[in-house]
Design a protein around this ligand. Structure first.
Ligand code: HEC
Ligand code: HEC
Length: 244
């Protein structure tokens, strides 16, 4: 990108361009140069340029399975995030950012440290992106769920939909995460960490929005996000077990 185009991009802001999805540059992944808000060279941009090999990714995923589960659905109590169906670009960025210490994720550090080859990141990301999103994730189920979800929906439609999409589908090309199918408690934890500065890699425009939310608003918006489903990407619900 030349300097003029870059300046124009910064001036207009990513949110304003949300409807103008750029086309994928060739078949070999996504270049980091399209994302000036987090322009960091090195392994991240290298991994984003590589074409991931799903078969190899599946083999590498053996390292991750014990925590993130064979389905890559994580834990419904929110202690481990769901990764299945997440955009490969987002997975690469998050893994590289965890390696770089930009997120306070002590449980992940030793595993992120193993992933030193950009090709490993690309392969894992390609495998995970291709999985369906499990439907049995953790939701907000307290007594006031209906009210909280409605409250969260209003906030989301106003301030989040522009980037994360009507169904929580995010954007592969802009590195906006899929939110659909994510666990309520994980979402609440991440929202709190982003607001309180513990997740230092977040999009500055989003940080500006979230920093004004109180705890109750974070609960409501997390409850709504956890209720989102992404058509075409969710796993089929398991058939109920037959009585013997
Ligand atoms: C010991 C348990 C454990 C293992 C093993 C593990 N993870 Fe994680 N992972 C976590 C936890 C906990 C988090 C949430 C960290 C946080 O809150 O910042 C996480 C977060 C992530 C995220 C960020 C998700 C998001 O939504 O932003 C990615 C990507 C990820 N892990 C990929 C992997 C991969 C790939 C492997 C295998 C190489 C792996 N993890 C192995 C526990 C684990
Ligand atoms: C300008 C676009 C933009 C807006 C507006 C925005 N986000 Fe985000 N959001 C992002 C990006 C980019 C990331 C990934 C940040 C990173 O690299 O850690 C993200 C990350 C997240 C995550 C973490 C997901 C995960 O898997 O760890 C959550 C939760 C989230 N956003 C919720 C929201 C909510 C709720 C709102 C509205 C209050 C919002 N966002 C507004 C762009 C945006």
């Amino acid at each position: 990108m030349n300097k003029l185009v870059l300046a124009l991009f910064l001036a207009t802001g990513a949110a304003a361009l949300a409807n103008a999805e750029p086309s994928a540059p060739g078949s070999t992944g996504i270049g980091i140069k399209n994302y000036p808000w987090q322009a960091v060279a090195g392994e991240k941009s290298e991994a984003l340029e590589r074409k991931g090999n799903r078969k190899r990714g599946e083999v590498l995923y053996a390292l991750c399975r014990s925590c993130h589960q064979p389905s890559a659905g994580g834990h419904s109590d929110g202690s481990v995030p769901q990764l299945a169906g997440q955009h490969s670009s987002v997975l690469i960025k998050q893994m590289a950012d965890i390696r770089a210490g930009l997120r306070d994720s002590p449980t992940m550090y030793p595993f992120a440290a193993v992933l030193s080859d950009p090709q490993d990141l690309a392969d894992l990301a390609a495998y995970l992106e291709g999985l369906c999103i499990p439907v049995d994730h953790g939701r907000y189920d307290a007594q006031d769920a209906v009210q909280q979800v409605a409250k969260g929906r209003a906030l989301y439609e106003n301030e989040c939909r522009v980037c994360h999409g009507a169904n929580g589908e995010g954007s592969r090309y802009r590195l906006y995460p899929v939110i659909a199918g994510q666990h309520y408690k994980y979402l609440l934890q991440q929202m709190t960490d982003i607001r309180d500065g513990k997740r230092r890699n977040a999009n500055p425009e989003m940080v500006r929005i979230i920093s004004k939310y109180n705890d109750d608003q974070l609960i409501a918006i997390s409850a709504y996000q956890a209720s989102l489903v992404m058509p075409g990407k969710m796993c089929k619900a398991k058939a109920p077990a037959r009585k013997p």
